[in-house]
Design a protein around this ligand. Structure first.
Ligand SMILES: Cc1cc2nc3c(=O)[nH]c(=O)nc-3n(C[C@H](O)[C@H](O)[C@H](O)COP(=O)(O)OP(=O)(O)OC[C@H]3O[C@@H](n4cnc5c(N)ncnc54)[C@H](O)[C@@H]3O)c2cc1C
Length: 358
């Protein structure tokens, strides 16, 4: 949509054509892409961020690399500017009609404006990741879901594979004492993958994190919040960057409507908030449920078992996880009925074949 996919592919980011979810007794595997967007990518942030910064500069944005914002300035209750420090150490003050905080989940702008926060949930999952060489993935994202444990492997730039393993946040403190041991023990829950990892080489220290889940009101007098600063959820469904693109688009459109006088600020930004919440609500709930690492509820287990072996249904589940379709679409009653009906008809024809067998 932003016209940058070709540039990303040209950096050597490997295309991912298959996602697989190994639940132990069975695996759901399918294609994450659609006709319009036929594959997924997992770029290194060092490469993706540079590409985005360059594209923003080409589009006319003034970029100041290495600039640190130290304070948000207010007049009465209105945000009016920032104070910061340039790369060379000089103190700088800037004023603006709107201060947009796209400064991540530790957002200084959010902290300064104290937005209303809703639907919040404390961290659910603790995850640790590293990058491995010698672990070919052949265009596949693989994830393994076990009792209160999960891990995933995905190919990225430079022939490396990102492997992330997680456990419930309640075990964060205990497992922090032995990160490598806890990580490898989690991977051992899928012995065939553990064998593959044994012949690979870890190329980076382990990095770990756990994140809170929240929605924040993303606007107020003189300020706006974008992506993690305004809305965040667990990384288990890996939706954050997709969300960041969507928020940037919605927020920029709203600000443009306000600056051009087409609509009052509160109307335009209220629509940004409403649209964001409507578009991500179902995925937020799905993500928070997955992040508990509890076994799927019985209805979901039955649905996944019914989907197993039905390629269209497996593609649907994979696309839901890739963010190319919404959970509302996958869990729509007609889709669920169609998946169960197809499973019943497969069982019937297998039975019929079985009856004819000598
Ligand atoms: C472990 C983990 C794995 C993840 N995996 C995925 C994944 O596979 N796919 C996916 O889509 N998403 C993933 N995410 C989520 C994704 O990283 C975030 O949702 C996304 O980066 C949010 O973008 P952002 O622009 O809001 O914040 P960020 O990417 O955090 O960017 C914020 C920027 O603001 C800058 N900044 C902050 N404070 C200041 C300041 N005071 N002055 C100047 N600059 C400042 C920071 O330096 C940074 O450059 C993952 C998150 C985690 C924690």
């Amino acid at each position: 949509m932003w016209g940058l996919l070709d540039r990303l592919v040209a950096t050597g980011c490997p295309p991912i054509h298959t996602y697989s979810f190994d639940f132990g007794p069975f695996t759901i595997a399918g294609a994450p892409g659609t006709d319009k967007s036929p594959f997924a990518c997992c770029p290194r942030r060092t490469i993706l961020d540079k590409l985005l910064v360059d594209a923003a500069a080409e589009s006319g944005a003034e970029i100041r690399q290495g600039f640190v914002v130290e304070e948000i300035l207010f007049e009465d209750d209105r945000a009016v500017g920032i104070k910061g420090r340039s790369r060379h150490g000089g103190s700088v003050t800037e004023h603006a009609d709107v201060i947009a905080g796209a400064d991540g989940r530790h957002s200084m702008v959010s902290e300064a404006v104290c937005p209303e926060q809703y639907r919040e949930k404390a961290p659910l999952l603790a995850g640790y990741y590293s990058y491995w060489s010698g672990l070919p993935m052949n265009g596949r994202f693989e994830s393994y879901i076990r009792d209160k444990r999960g891990f995933a492997a995905v190919p990225t730039h430079d022939g490396l594979t990102l492997v992330i393993a997680g456990w419930p946040y309640a075990e964060f403190e205990k497992n922090k004492q032995d990160i490598e041991g806890s990580y490898l023990k989690t991977i051992e829950l899928a012995p065939a993958f553990a064998d593959r990892l044994r012949s690979a080489t870890r190329q980076a220290p382990f990095a770990g994190t756990a994140v809170p889940n929240y929605f924040r009101k993303p606007y107020g007098p003189g300020w706006a919040l974008v992506e993690d600063a305004g809305y965040n959820k667990d990384f288990i469904t890996a939706q954050g960057i997709l969300d960041a693109f969507r928020d940037a688009e919605l927020c920029a459109t709203a600000l443009d409507e306000s600056f051009s006088g087409a609509r009052p600020f509160d109307d335009a930004m209220g629509e940004y908030q409403h649209t964001r919440d409507a578009q991500v609500g179902a995925m937020y709930d799905f993500t928070c449920e997955l992040a508990t690492l509890e076994p799927p509820p019985p209805e979901l287990q039955q649905l996944l078992q019914a989907a197993h072996g039905n390629q269209a249904a497996m593609d649907g589940f994979v696309r839901l996880n890739a963010g190319t379709i919404s959970p509302t679409e996958f869990f729509a009653p007609q889709n669920i009925e169609a998946i169960f009906a197809a499973a019943a008809s497969r069982a019937h024809s297998v039975g019929a074949i079985g009856e004819r067998a000598p």
